[in-house]
Structures are given as C-alpha cells and as structure tokens.
Ligand binder design. Structure first.
Ligand SMILES: [Zn+2]
Length: 107
C-alpha cells in the first residue's frame, strides 16, 4: 500500500501547472487563439478581454488597463482566464476541472 498512489489521484499536476498560466500572462493570452475562464466556464476569444490587472508598481493613473498583465474575465470579472498558448486544452471539461480544484465544487 503506497501513499504515493493516493497522492497521484488527488494531485492533478497539470491543473496546478495550468494555474500559473492564469496570471501575468498577457502576451501568452494575446497569442492564443481561444481562451476560457475557469470560474464561469465561458470560452471566448482573447480579444474579448478588455480589463487587465496586476499592473507594475508605479504605473501612472489611467494606465492600469494598458499595463496590466493579468486578464479579467469579460463575463464574470474574475482573474481566472487561461489561453490555449499555455499548452492546456481550453475545453469545458478542462475548465470544469480547474474550477473544482481552485474554487471547489458548486455544492
Ligand atoms: Zn468568467
């Protein structure tokens, strides 16, 4: 009986890695063909994103949206957007797995 077996089924390493692609990802996202939000599970084109956060310290007032590096979802406003350039499949199933891992089930 190996505890590693239990860890493997719980851990979903891809899901953990994918989360790193949901912030400071502006260039990656804009290079993506499609992206999705793992909070509201909507799939949309990167050009639909018009709000950005995580701008560098010292960003002049009014430049936050220009210099922000993390997309906010155009549907729900949560910073949980990931693009296909991350190497992960932007599908409803994948986004649902991400949601379950990072936001818990909807129970
Ligand atoms: Zn959303």
């Amino acid at each position: 009986m190996l505890s590693a077996t239990v860890l493997q089924t719980e851990c979903l390493p891809g899901i953990v890695l994918a989360h790193k692609h949901s912030s400071a990802h502006r260039q990656e996202l804009m290079a993506s063909g499609i992206c999705g939000c793992f909070y509201c599970l909507k799939i949309f084109e990167p050009t639909k994103v018009n709000e950005w956060t995580d701008y560098p310290p010292g960003t002049p007032e009014g430049q936050e949206l220009v210099l922000g590096t993390t997309a906010l979802c155009p549907c729900c406003g949560i910073d949980s957007v990931i693009g296909d350039r991350s190497g992960f499949p932007i599908t409803g199933q994948f986004l649902a797995q991400m949601k379950q891992r990072w936001f818990g089930s909807s129970k």
